[in-house]
Design a binder for this molecule. Structure first.
Ligand SMILES: Cc1cc2nc3c(=O)[nH]c(=O)nc-3n(C[C@H](O)[C@H](O)[C@H](O)COP(=O)(O)O)c2cc1C
Length: 150
C-alpha cells in the first residue's frame, strides 16, 4: 500500500503534522512518500494507492496558496483514479466559525469530483484548542493505518 502525503501550509503547522504522519504511517508498516511541495506530474508518477492531504485554512476559508496550482491541475486534468483511497487532515481555528477547516472541506470536495474514496471522517485540528496538532493526530492516524493494512 503506497500512501502519498500532500501538505498545504502558511506558517508550517500543516507541514509538521504531515512529517509526523509520514513517520507514524511508516512505522505502522505502510510505504509512504511525503514531499512538501509536490507537482501534478510528481503526484501522478508516484502511482499512489492512497492519498492523505494535510491542509490548513487561510484568509476567510481558503486553501493556502502553495496548494492551489496542484488543485487547479487536478481539476484541469483529472487523473484516472478509479479506485484511489483518500483521507484529509484539516488544520484550522474554530474562531472562524463556518469557515472552520474550510480548506480541508475544499479537498473533500475535490476528492468527490475525482472519485477518490474517503476512508474516514476528516480530522479537524483546532488551533484554538491545541498547540500539539501532530501528537493529537496520532489516534486518527492509527485508525487510518488500520484501515489501510487490514
Ligand atoms: C490570516 C489567517 C486566516 C485564517 N483563516 C482561517 C479560516 O478561515 N478557517 C480556519 O479554520 N482557520 C483559519 N486560520 C487558522 C489556521 O488555519 C490555523 O492557525 C492553522 O493551524 C495554521 O496552520 P499552518 O501553520 O499550516 O498554516 C487562519 C489563520 C490566519 C493567520
Amino acid at each position: 500500500m503506497n500512501v502519498v502525503i500532500v501538505s498545504s501550509t502558511v506558517f508550517g503547522a500543516a507541514e509538521d503534522v504531515a512529517h509526523h504522519a509520514a513517520e507514524f504511517l511508516t512505522e505502522a508498516g505502510l510505504s509512504v512518500t511525503y514531499k512538501p511541495r509536490l507537482s501534478y506530474a510528481e503526484l501522478i508518477a508516484l502511482d499512489a494507492d492512497a492519498l492523505l492531504f494535510v491542509t490548513s485554512t487561510t484568509g476567510m476559508g481558503e486553501l493556502p496558496e502553495n496548494l492551489q496550482p496542484l488543485v487547479r491541475a487536478l481539476r484541469d486534468q483529472p487523473p484516472a483514479w478509479s479506485s484511489m483511497l483518500g483521507a484529509v487532515i484539516g488544520l484550522g481555528d474554530a474562531c472562524y466559525g463556518e469557515d472552520f477547516c474550510a480548506g480541508g472541506e475544499a479537498i473533500r470536495e475535490l476528492y468527490a469530483e475525482l472519485g477518490v474514496i474517503e476512508l474516514q471522517e476528516m480530522l479537524r485540528l483546532d488551533a484554538s484548542e491545541t498547540v500539539t496538532p501532530a501528537d493529537d493526530a496520532e489516534p486518527w492516524l492509527a485508525d487510518f493505518a488500520a484501515i489501510l493494512t487490514e
